[in-house]
Design a protein around this ligand. Structure first.
Ligand SMILES: [Zn+2]
Length: 111
């Protein structure tokens, strides 16, 4: 059983790298295992990203919200770290997972 994926309005999802489907599936599993009932994507290709040559621009990165959609309070660090650990376990070393201030960032590494 998997949990729904919500998309923040304005998220641009076209022309993503084939393997980013694995990121979505892993996020559904990680959020579910952390006791959450949905996962929200906050960024795919669009937006301004601080890192030069961000993996977002070439469709290899996805950001996930680390709070409930209707709340301003971030999840606890424990929950964020649990989600991160499951993502790393599920995705393996071809992917990079980082807890940011307001989201969890995941990208497929450059090959
Ligand atoms: Zn990101």
């Amino acid at each position: 059983m998997s949990i729904p994926i919500h998309f923040k309005p304005g998220v641009v999802a076209y022309n993503m790298h084939d393997r980013t489907g694995e990121i979505l599936a892993a996020a559904q599993k990680a959020y579910r295992m952390a006791g959450l009932t949905y996962v929200t994507v906050t960024s795919m290709r669009e937006g301004l990203h601080s890192v030069p040559m961000s993996a977002h621009y070439d469709g290899r990165a996805i950001d996930f919200r680390t709070r409930f959609d209707d709340s301003t309070v971030q999840f606890s660090n424990e929950i964020k770290k649990e989600i991160q650990a499951i993502l790393i376990h599920e995705l393996g070393d071809k992917f990079y997972v980082r807890i940011e201030a307001l989201h969890i960032h995941v990208h497929l590494k450059d090959e």
